[in-house]
Design a protein around this ligand. Structure first.
Ligand code: ADP
Ligand code: MG
Length: 881
C-alpha cells in the first residue's frame, strides 16, 4: 500500500545514488586520457584534501572514477555501474546486497580506497585465509597501483609481520584473526606488543556469514585450568546406562536434555549414592554434558575427530572451526565420548562476541548475496541498513517448486536420479548437503549409479581442494556434492575456470609428476617448457614450498621483479590461453543445456541459507535452475513441523517414490522455517544482550589497561588509587558512626588500623589527631601520611636501581588488573549460568543479571585498587651484593 503510494524505499535510495554514478561516469573520458603516472599522482592530491569525514563524501566521485580507471588498466576489469552503486553503499556504512558473481570483490576496493585516503587504515574482512590472500593479491593491486599500501594478515604469521600489515592503508584479513588479535592486544604487557591500530572503517565480505551465523559462538582465548579428566570419563560411562524417556528427556528444539526424577536417582545410585548437586563435589553439569554429547552431538555432523582431537564443524558452512571449543565442559564431554584426548578444563582469559567486536568500528559496512531476509536483525543489533543493488544483467535462474517425499530413503533416491539425468544430459550439478554424513551417503549412492563426482565437505583432505573443486563445478557433466556454503566466495564459471586449470597445470609442469602428461597431451612446446622450468628449479635449488609460493604470485598478476616468477607467469599465460579456448567451447555447450543446476537436499535453518545455495546458479545473467528435495522426516519438519505433519506421515497412503503435493505442506514448511529463524534470532539476541553487559566492563578494563601501557610514569595513578581507597575507608567510618554514635572510638581505632595495614606503616597513627575532623579533613590528613610513606618507599626502592619504582608500579598494576579480570570473567560465567536456573517470579532475569554484574564489577575494581596499593607498599628491596 505504502509502496505504491510512495514508491519502493529501496528503489528510492538507489535513484539517489544513481545521480552520483552519473557524476562518476562523466569523469571517465578525462581520466582515460591521462598517463599512468598522471593517474597515480592524483592519490597524493586527494590525501591532502581530506581533513574530515565529510571531505570523503565530496571527493567520492573523483576517487571512484580513479579506481575504475586504474582497475581497468591493472586488471582489465572496468567497474559496472551497479558496482559503483555497491561502492557508494559501502562508503555510507551500509550493507550492499549483491548477488553471487556480481563482482563484490571489485566493489570493495572502491570504498576501501576512498576511506584509506584518510590514512587511518581500512580493514577488508573475509571468511577464510584463502580469500583474504586471493583478494589482497588480486584486486589489491589497484589501490597499490594508485600508491596506497596493502596488508595481508594470515594465520600463523609473526607478531612483527602482523603489526607491519596492520599499519598498511588497506588490510585484508579474516574475521577470526582480527578478533583474536584484538583480544591478544588487550592482554599485552607492553605497548610494543600491540599489533592493531585504532579501528576506523571495516568492510565485511559475506557479511551475513560473519555477523549472523558466526555470531552464535563468541571468540574465546583460554588458558589451562584445573584438570578433572576422570569426572568426564565417569560421566560418559554413566550416560551409557541412562535410557531416553525413562531417565531423561531430549528437547531437540532447545538442544537441551532434562533428567527425570528416575534419572536423577539412577545417577546417584551409579555414583555410589553421591548427590548430583553437592556443592563440594558437583556432578550435575558433568552428567548433563555427557548426555547432551550422547544425544545431541553427532560425529561428522556437529564435529569431526582428527588426530585424537574433537573439532567443531560449523553447521552453516560445513567448515571445520579449528581452535574453537564448546564452552562449560561440553567439549570435554564429547572428547570423553569419543575417547579423544581430554583437553585441560580451560579458563577464559578473554572473550568477546562478534556482535560487540564489530561494533567497535566507528564505521562498518558489508556485502553479501543474502542479507535482506535478515534486515531486521542487522538493523537492530548492528544499526546496519540493507540496500539491494540490482544485478548487472537480468537474472535468468529458474527456481522449481520443492519436491517433498514421505521418507528419507525415497528422497535421496530421487536426488540421485536427478543427478543421473543431469549428468547424462551434460548439465553441471551442484548438490548442497547439510552434513558430512549426508554428503557421504549421497556420494556412495552416486558411486552405485556409476556417476563420477567431486565431494567437498569438512574432512581435512577435502578442504585443501575446496576452491579448486568449486571452481571446476561448472564443467560439462560435472557433479559436485558440497556441504552448505563450502567454497563460498569462489566463483562457479560455466564450462570451467581457465585460471584454475592453468594454475594446476603449471604446478604439474614444475613437478616430476607424470600426471602432467595428461594435461600436456603430447604438446611438444609444453614439453620443452616443462623441462626448462624444472632445470631452473634445480639451478635455483627451490624447495617445494617456495615453488608453490612463486606459482601463486605468478598466477595472481601482482607486480614482480623476480625473473623466475616472470618466466612462470609467461608460461601461465600460454596455458591460460589454451584452456580459455577449450573452455569457451565448453561454456557454449553448457549454456545451451541450461547452465548450472543446483539441488538442495534439505531446507536450512533460514531462508537466507537456502538462497545462498540457489545463488550459485544463474550468475551474471547465465541460465540456471534450482530445486529442493525434502522429506517429511527432515529435521525441520520433524522438530518444528508440529503434530499435523507427524500425523500426516502416518496416514499418508501414497507410494513412497511419488512426491507429495499439498498447499498445506508448503504452508507448514514456511511456518516451520520462520519458527526456526525466530528461534535462532532470539538465541543470538540473548547472547548479545548478555554480552553487552560484560561489554561495558570490558571496554572499561581495556581502556584502563591501554592508558596504563601508554603512560610512562604511573606514580600519580597509584597515588590516586591509594587516595580513593582511603576515601572509601573514611566514608565507611562516617556511615557506621552515624548509625551508632557510641561506636566512634572503636571505629576510629579500626579505621586507623586499616590504613596502617594498607600502607604497611611501621608506626601507629595517633588516635587523637583525627578526632573531630570532617570527612574531607580526615581524608586529607590520612593521605598526607600516605604520600610521605610513598616517598619513603620510593627512595628506598630507587636506591637499588634507578627507575625500579616505575617498573614496579606498572607491573603490579597490570598483574592485578589481569588476574582480577580473569576471575571476574569466571564469576560472570557462573552468574550467567545460575541466572538461568534461578526463579525470579515476575522479574526479568536480564535485569537481575545486570544488577549483579554491576556489583561484581564494583567489588572487583575496589579489590584491584586495594591489592595494588597493598603490594606496592610492601615491596621490599633485596640488595644484591
Ligand atoms: P561475488 O563475490 O560477488 O560473488 P566475485 O568478486 O568473486 O563475485 O567476482 C566474480 C567474477 O566476476 C570474477 O571472476 C571477476 O573477475 C568477474 N568480474 C567482477 N567485476 C567485473 C567487471 N566489472 N567486469 C568483468 N568481470 C568482472
Ligand atoms: Mg565474493
Amino acid at each position: 500500500m505504502f509502496q505504491t503510494l510512495f514508491g519502493d524505499p529501496n528503489k528510492r535510495k538507489i535513484k539517489k545514488y544513481e545521480v552520483i554514478v552519473d557524476e562518476i561516469n562523466k569523469l571517465e573520458p578525462t581520466l582515460q586520457s591521462l598517463t599512468d603516472s598522471q593517474l597515480q599522482s592524483k592519490t597524493a592530491k586527494l590525501i591532502d584534501s581530506v581533513h574530515s569525514e565529510k571531505d570523503l563524501d565530496i571527493i567520492l566521485p573523483d576517487a571512484f572514477a580513479l579506481v575504475r580507471e586504474a582497475s581497468y588498466r591493472v586488471l582489465g576489469l572496468r567497474h559496472f555501474d551497479v558496482q559503483l552503486l555497491g561502492g557508494i553503499i559501502l562508503h555510507e556504512g551500509k550493507i550492499a546486497e549483491m548477488k553471487t558473481g556480481e563482482g563484490k570483490t571489485l566493489v570493495a576496493i572502491l570504498a576501501a580506497y576512498l576511506n584509506a585516503l584518510s590514512k587511518k587504515g581500512v580493514h577488508v574482512v573475509t571468511v577464510n585465509d584463502y580469500l583474504a590472500k586471493r583478494d589482497a593479491e588480486w584486486v589489491g593491486q589497484v589501490p597499490k597501483f594508485l600508491g596506497l599500501s596493502i596488508g595481508l594478515v594470515q594465520q600463523g604469521i609473526s607478531q612483527q609481520e602482523r603489526e607491519n600489515n596492520y599499519s598498511k592503508d588497506i588490510t585484508y584479513i579474516t574475521n577470526s584473526e582480527l578478533g583474536f588479535d584484538y583480544l591478544r592486544d588487550n592482554m599485552a604487557i607492553e605497548m610494543n606488543d600491540m599489533v592493531q591500530r585504532d579501528f576506523y572503517f571495516c568492510i565485511i565480505d559475506e557479511v551475513d556469514s560473519i555477523l549472523i551465523d558466526e555470531a552464535r559462538t563468541p571468540l574465546i582465548i583460554s588458558g589451562a585450568g584445573d584438570a578433572v579428566d576422570e569426572k568426564y570419563i565417569r560421566a560418559n560411562e554413566i550416560s551409557k546406562y541412562l535410557d531416553k524417556t525413562t531417565h531423561y528427556e531430549v528437547d531437540e528444539k532447545a538442544r537441551n536434555i532434562i533428567l527425570t526424577e528416575e534419572g536423577i536417582l539412577k545417577c546417584e545410585e551409579l555414583l555410589d549414592n553421591k548427590g548430583l548437586y553437592n556443592p563440594e563435589d558437583p556432578w550435575a553439569s558433568y552428567i548433563f554434558n555427557a548426555v547432551k554429547a550422547k544425544e545431541l552431538f553427532t560425529k561428522d555432523v556437529h564435529y569431526i575427530v582428527k588426530e585424537n582431537e574433537v573439532i567443531i564443524v560449523d553447521e552453516f558452512t560445513g567448515r571445520i572451526m579449528v581452535g574453537r571449543r564448546w564452552s562449560d565442559g561440553l567439549h570435554q564431554a564429547i572428547e570423553a565420548k569419543e575417547g579423544a584426548t581430554i583437553q585441560n578444563e580451560s579458563q577464559t582469559l578473554a572473550s568477546i562476541t562478534y556482535q560487540n567486536f564489530f561494533l567497535l568500528y566507528p564505521k562498518l559496512s558489508g556485502m553479501t548475496g543474502t542479507a535482506k531476509t535478515e534486515a531486521y536483525e542487522l538493523d537492530k543489533i548492528y544499526g546496519l541498513d540493507v540496500i539491494c543493488v540490482p544485478t548487472n544483467k537480468k537474472m535468468k535462474r529458474k527456481d522449481f517448486p520443492d519436491l517433498v517425499y514421505k521418507s528419507q530413503y525415497s528422497k535421496w533416491k530421487s536426488i540421485a536420479d536427478e543427478c543421473l539425468d543431469m549428468h547424462t544430459l551434460g548439465r553441471p550439478v551442484l548438490v548442497g548437503t547439510t552434513s558430512v554424513e549426508k554428503s557421504e551417503l549421497l556420494s556412495s549412492l552416486l558411486l552405485e549409479y556409476g556417476i563420477p563426482h567431486n565431494l567437498l565437505n569438512a574432512k581435512p583432505e577435502n578442504i585443501k581442494r575446496e576452491a579448486e573443486i568449486i571452481a571446476q563445478a561448472g564443467r560439462k557433466g560435472s557433479v559436485t556434492i558440497a556441504t552448505n556454503m563450502a567454497g563460498r566466495g569462489t566463483d562457479i564459471l560455466l564450462g570451467g575456470n581457465s585460471s584454475y586449470m592453468a594454475k594446476a597445470a603449471l604446478s604439474q609442469l614444475t613437478g616430476e609428476s607424470t600426471s602432467a602428461k595428461v594435461l600436456i597431451k603430447d604438446d611438444p612446446k609444453l614439453e620443452t617448457l616443462s623441462k626448462f622450468l624444472r632445470d631452473q628449479i634445480k639451478l635455483l635449488n627451490l624447495s617445494e614450498e617456495a615453488i608453490q609460493e612463486k606459482i601463486s604470485i605468478a598466477c595472481e598478476k601482482g607486480f614482480t621483479d623476480d625473473p623466475f616468477i616472470i618466466t612462470l607467469r609467461a608460461s601461465y599465460q600460454v596455458l591460460e590461453d589454451q584452456y580459455s579456448v577449450l573452455i569457451k567451447k565448453e561454456r557454449e555447450e553448457v549454456l545451451t543445456l541450461g547452465g548450472l543446476h543446483v539441488i538442495g537436499t534439505e531446507r536450512h535453518e533460514s531462508r537466507r541459507v537456502d538462497n545462498q545455495l540457489r545463488g550459485r546458479a544463474g550468475r551474471q545473467g547465465d541460465p540456471g535452475s534450482s530445486r529442493f528435495f525434502l522429506s517429511l522426516e527432515d529435521n525441520l519438519f520433524r522438530i518444528f513441523g508440529g503434530d499435523r505433519i507427524a500425523s500426516m506421515m502416518d496416514t499418508l497412503r501414497i507410494e513412497e517414490s511419488v512426491p507429495i503435493e499439498s498447499s498445506f505442506l508448503n504452508k507448514s514448511l514456511e511456518s516451520a522455517q520462520k519458527k526456526v529463524e525466530a528461534y535462532y534470532y532470539d538465541a543470538r539476541k540473548q547472547l548479545f544482550e548478555y554480552d553487552e553487559v560484560l561489554n561495558y566492563q570490558r571496554q572499561a578494563i581495556y581502556s584502563e589497561r591501554r592508558r596504563i601501557l601508554a603512560s610512562r610514569n604511573l606514580r600519580n595513578w597509584i597515588l590516586q588509587y591509594a587516595e580513593t581507597t582511603i576515601r572509601d575507608y573514611v566514608t565507611q567510618y562516617f556511615n557506621t558512626i552515624e548509625q551508632d554514635k557510641s561506636s566512634e572510638p572503636s571505629q576510629r581505632k579500626k579505621l586507623l588500623q586499616k590504613v596502617e595495614d594498607l600502607l604497611g606503616l611501621p608506626y601507629t597513627l595517633d588516635m587523637s589527631s583525627i578526632s573531630n575532623l570532617s570527612a574531607k579533613e580526615m581524608t586529607t590528613f590520612l593521605c598526607q601520611h600516605m604520600r610521605i610513606a610513598y616517598d619513603l618507599k620510593e627512595s628506598q626502592i630507587e636506591l637499588i636501581e634507578n627507575g625500579l619504582m616505575r617498573d614496579l608500579e606498572r607491573s603490579f598494576l597490570l598483574q592485578k588488573i589481569d588476574s582480577a579480570w580473569k576471575e571476574h570473567l569466571q564469576n560472570m560465567n557462573g552468574l550467567r549460568e545460575t541466572i538461568g536456573w534461578r526463579g525470579y517470579g515476575q522479574k526479568d532475569p536480564l535485569i537481575e543479571y545486570k544488577n549483579e554484574a554491576y556489583s561484581l564489577f564494583t567489588s572487583m575494581s575496589v579489590n584491584v585498587r586495594h591489592s595494588v596499593i597493598y603490594l606496592i607498599f610492601r615491596a621490599q628491596p633485596i640488595l644484591k651484593n
